[in-house]
Design a protein around this ligand. Structure first.
Ligand code: TPP
Ligand code: MG
Length: 325
């Protein structure tokens, strides 16, 4: 799909929505308004936004856990208010405010995630089988990290999906680390996309800071899957700007992550890169950039206000550990 001005601005806006909502949740957590932990997605938004902005409503999405799905689920149609309210532990949240740290919105084909890394593979294979049997051309996007690719469940699911030609696009958000473990010390090759050859499917490496590159690779794989040609694997090379989760040490093994590495990736901020590109091409003016910033901030303010004004869930349905007034 060739993108016109409207679609390009939509991609830019989605990048900004994911970033600003993520920043607000981090701030709210620091202020004690958010009830639990948070895995920030700042730095890798182009992966989810590039992959999910042009999916069909009835396509199935298993979002990655960075930003607790923000960059994936917002472009797929999920509500920022419901995501925010979930994190504030409110009844209007995506999962009623009781447990939704993984994006969920069944009306938009997002059936939630799981806390167990690697659970997305067999679950997505099941959805892929369902999609194939439905025969409506639905596609499944299964998103995971570099560390998750080391789970044995990947083999079972990718093998079955390849044999049965299931309509699945496997999307690896390779941010070079699994918590404190550098992927170079946990995987013997350079590219996780190489795994695809073992399952007789295309394996593509893309620049995960480039939202257009991600979009192009994913839409080719989506088309292939819709046409019955089976699964593909897309590896997006990216980075996370914050620590694994808020409050945890920002380390590789037991040492701080290298400052020069963080700086180099910040120079390739996906939003900055895309904004520069759109300004240069005359798609956006500086006035447009300011207007979009204001609109997105208004959406984020409104989402936070909605969350804060929403009621707490009925305590009788809450696991004891989660409920604090
Ligand atoms: C089976 C399992 N092991 C460990 C964890 C704890 N854990 C949560 S996220 C994470 C890192 C996953 O790394 P990766 O797949 O690269 O994703 P990233 O967090 O880097 O985006 C770990 C170890 C878990 N949730 N499930
Ligand atoms: Mg990782």
């Amino acid at each position: 799909m060739k993108l016109g001005k409207k679609e390009l601005i939509m991609l830019y806006t989605n990048l900004l929505r994911a970033r600003r909502a993520d920043e607000r949740i981090v701030k709210a957590l620091q202020e004690g308004k958010v009830v639990s932990f948070y895995h920030s997605g700042q730095g890798s938004e182009a992966v989810g936004v590039g992959a999910c902005s042009f999916l069909r409503n009835d396509d199935y999405l298993y979002p990655h856990h960075r930003g607790h799905g923000l960059a994936y689920i917002l472009p797929k149609g999920a509500s920022m208010k419901a995501h925010m309210a979930e994190h504030f532990g409110r009844a209007t949240g995506m999962a009623g405010g009781v447990a939704g740290f993984h994006g969920v919105d069944p009306e938009h084909g997002i059936f939630g995630g799981g806390g167990t890394i690697g659970s997305q593979f067999p679950v997505s294979a099941g959805w892929g089988l369902g999609a194939k049997k439905n025969n409506r051309g639905q596609v499944v996007l299964c998103c995971f990290g570099d560390g998750s690719s080391n789970r044995g469940t990947l083999h079972e699911a990718m093998n079955l999906a390849a044999v049965w030609k299931l309509p699945i696009v496997w999307i690896c958000e390779n941010n070079l680390y699994a918590q404190f473990m550098p992927i170079k010390d946990a995987y013997p090759r350079e590219d996780i996309a190489d795994l695809a050859h073992g399952y007789n499917m295309p394996g593509v490496v893309v620049d995960g800071q480039d939202v257009i590159a991600v979009h192009e690779a994913v839409s080719a794989a989506v088309e292939r899957a819709r046409n019955g040609a089976g699964p593909s694997l897309i590896e997006c090379k990216t980075y996370r700007y914050r620590s694994h989760s808020e409050g945890s040490a920002d380390i590789a093994h037991a040492e701080p992550r290298p400052a020069e590495e963080i700086e180099a990736w910040k120079k390739r901020d996906p939003i900055k890169l895309f904004q520069e590109h759109l300004l240069k091409e005359g798609i956006l003016t500086t006035a447009d950039v300011e207007r979009i910033e204001k609109e997105v901030m208004a959406e984020v303010d409104e989402a936070e206000k909605f969350a804060l004004e929403s009621p707490r869930p009925d305590p009788s349905i809450l696991p004891k550990l989660l409920y604090q007034e």
